[in-house]
Write a protein that binds this ligand. Sequence first.
Ligand code: CP
Ligand code: NVA
Length: 300
Amino acid sequence: MKHLLSIESLTRDNIEAILELAAKMKTMRGCLDAHPLKHRCWALIFTKSSTRTRVSFEVGIRELGGDVLFLNANDIQLGRGEPIKDTARVLGRMIHGAVIRTYAQQDVVDFANYSGLPTINALTDEEHPCQILADLQTIREKLGKIDGKVVTFIGDGACNVPVSWMWAAAKLDFQLRIAAPKPYQPDAALLAKLNTRNVTVTEDLSAAAEGADVLYTDVWVSMGKEEEAAYRMAQLGNYQINSELVSRAKPGALVMHCLPAYRGKEITDEVLEAHANTIFTQAENRLHAQKAILSLLARH
Ligand code: CP
Ligand code: NVA
């Protein structure tokens, strides 16, 4: 593994290796002597806002012995139009790795290619791989395993988080049900590319929640989609995790949210607070999963 650009580009063995090391990172936090990023400086280049991703990478890189530069894309020449391939070639001669949050997946791919540096996708419009790896770690901790489970995603089924979930379902042995209104369902080309029976798509959220082991949601208005907010609210208005929907899932089902959450929109306050332990464990596991990713990339 030289980069972590998407779940699509990972093998099942890559995912297993990350999750195994992530569990070890969590148990051994503060006790590990190994500093695989010693004398290495990583840059975080972010075009979009972030709390969890930024802090977990900054802390994780430091805990692994490395140094870190946070570069808001608007503060460097990238924000004034310098091409990503030029930025990549400059940073490739100065730093040792990059974590990128931006819009186009192609920008992360181009950065990786032109810089020659290990590169991590910290969220694009297309995928959010680090989130899903932390979520898989959380499900393993809470339910023992992901194999054989039913995960139901409710809401905007075409954005980065559900797309990464779909690729995870295509690589692992669990069922993913996407419940979304027609305009927010994954497109046919993606479903064909997934080439799996593990993913089903429906408008019927009650049926999708029936007997599920996990109910998962994400914001209705992703970063960069703010101009569509009113239309999205109208289209996605019923696709909410509330107590009635939770009662349809398996008793003891997990409720998960990548955060930030908008209470009264994609999830009610009551449900979020009742499942806060799981949801904030997801956030914590970003740190452990990403330390595992960084360590594996440092071995390359
Ligand atoms: N879940 C997630 O990526 O959160 P941030 O946007 O705060 O990084
Ligand atoms: N789909 C959301 C995820 C936030 C972590 C977004 O892209 O804004």
